[in-house]
Design a protein around this ligand. Structure first.
Ligand code: FAD
Length: 391
């Protein structure tokens, strides 16, 4: 049985080799390693460092700054395959995928030299903060504001649910600056180093079995040097989307990996668990939903590869639509696969020993973050179908 995607004709030899090597690394660590780290309140640093040594963490970043010179397609493979072995590295979604991409594409030479080699070799990490308590899904409403003061920026605002701030050297904050001509606020990106005075973070307890934590951020008159601004002050939205599309593709990869992991556990269980004269996997009520889960994951996987392909080919507009669709499809497929996997194990589906129940909450994350499924449906309604807006 295979819950792996063996796309001999659809995927290049290099990508299939990468897939197999990452999967081998993930299996070497395995789910037990991951859940033990969470139970002991540790990060999965050994896996992070090993993945870094093998060049996986910065596989998408430019070679001249220590990266692998490949693309988002490869980075998504890394996250999906690690997830499929039960040990996903959530920070891949933000550190190399959003922050690395934005800095590589829009940063100054100095910013690239300062950040990219560390993000690529895993010695430095960067979190990403856009969500605000009073804006939520409506990112047009964010109020974290930067004002110029001589040669510096002064940033003030609140963020919520930002992942990995405690283990990140800095957070890329989406703020706003005032347009000198119109007075309107436009989005801008700032690198805020963790120890900067005025930057504080508070842990939000979450019902998730994951080493990475979420935080509320308090930015009170955080004074930043001029070069904390990444990219052009007037092209903030474009730059932001250059980072958000990879975020959606990577979230899709996260959901796919988790769904595949859960399905694998369920299938192995259904093959051997016997309470009547045949194993439970012979009953179609158990088998068909597992087959459906496999099909849904395969379809979502294809869409994810399409989105990554378009992004790597440089078509940000087409990639935006595809990345939204891929994230939606993968989150749904992942959540349904987990749900069916838990059910397949009966009572064991809820035991700590089998470790599937905790995925019920974790698999919901893909439905909510970084953009909820309703907001993706809204996007498809307006952007793809040309329907009128309700808001
Ligand atoms: C585990 C986790 C990690 C996260 N990590 C990060 C991070 O690293 N950085 C970061 O910036 N953020 C992060 N987030 C935040 C995440 O992106 C937000 O939770 C998400 O964008 C939804 O915002 P909200 O929670 O404020 O929900 P709300 O915007 O309050 O929405 C609540 C509900 O209303 C629905 N809704 C809202 N508007 C509409 C509408 N117009 N039409 C239909 N339905 C609507 C939503 O779909 C949702 O179901 C994370 C969240 C989680 C759970």
């Amino acid at each position: 049985m295979s819950v792996t995607f063996d796309n001999a004709l659809l995927e290049s030899e290099e990508r299939r080799t990468l897939r197999a090597s990452v999967a081998a690394l993930g299996r070497r660590f395995g789910r037990e390693y991951f859940t033990t780290a969470v139970r002991e309140g540790r990060q999965t640093d050994e896996l992070w460092q090993e993945a870094a040594k093998l060049g996986y963490l910065g596989v998408n970043l430019p070679e001249e700054y220590g990266g692998g010179g490949a693309g988002l397609s490869e980075l998504a493979i890394v996250l999906e395959e690690l997830g499929a072995t039960g040990c996903p590295l959530l920070l891949l979604v933000v550190s190399p995928a959003i922050c690395g991409t934005v800095i590589a594409r829009f940063g100054t030479e100095e910013q690239k030299r300062r950040w990219l080699p560390g993000l690529a070799d895993g010695t430095r990490r960067m979190a990403f903060g856009i969500t605000e308590p009073d804006a939520g899904s409506n990112s047009h409403r964010i109020t974290t504001t930067a004002r110029r003061d001589g040669d510096t920026w002064v940033l003030t605002g609140r963020k919520v649910f930002v992942s990995g701030v405690d283990i990140a050297d800095a957070t890329l904050i989406v703020g706003r600056t005032e347009d000198a001509r119109t007075g309107r606020l436009k989005p801008c990106l700032f690198v805020v180093e963790r120890e900067t005075p005025g930057f504080e973070f508070r842990h939000i307890p979450m019902e998730l079995t994951a080493p990475e934590k979420q935080f509320q951020l308090f930015l009170d008159d955080v004074r930043l040097p001029a070069d904390a601004l990444v990219g052009d002050e007037d092209a903030g939205l474009l730059q932001l989307f250059a980072g958000l599309n990879p975020e959606r593709v990577m979230t899709a990869a996260f959901s796919l990996g988790m769904g595949r992991y859960a399905l694998q556990v369920a299938v192995e269980y259904a093959r051997v668990r016997q309470v009547w004269k045949a194993p439970i996997g012979a009953h179609q009520a158990i088998a068909h939903p597992l087959a459906q889960a496999r099909i849904d994951l395969e379809l979502a996987g294809l869409m994810t590869r399409k989105a990554a392909f378009l992004y790597d080919a440089g078509d940000d507009m087409a990639a935006g639509e595809a990345a939204n669709m891929a994230k939606y499809a993968a989150a749904e497929a992942g959540a349904r696969a987990v749900d069916q996997a838990v059910h397949t194990l009966g009572g064991n589906g809820l035991t700590t020993e089998y470790g599937l129940a905790s995925l019920l909450t974790a698999s919901r994350v893909g439905r909510i973050a970084p953009v909820s499924r309703e907001m993706i449906l809204n996007f498809v309604c307006h952007h793809t179908l040309g329907l009128p807006r309700s808001y």
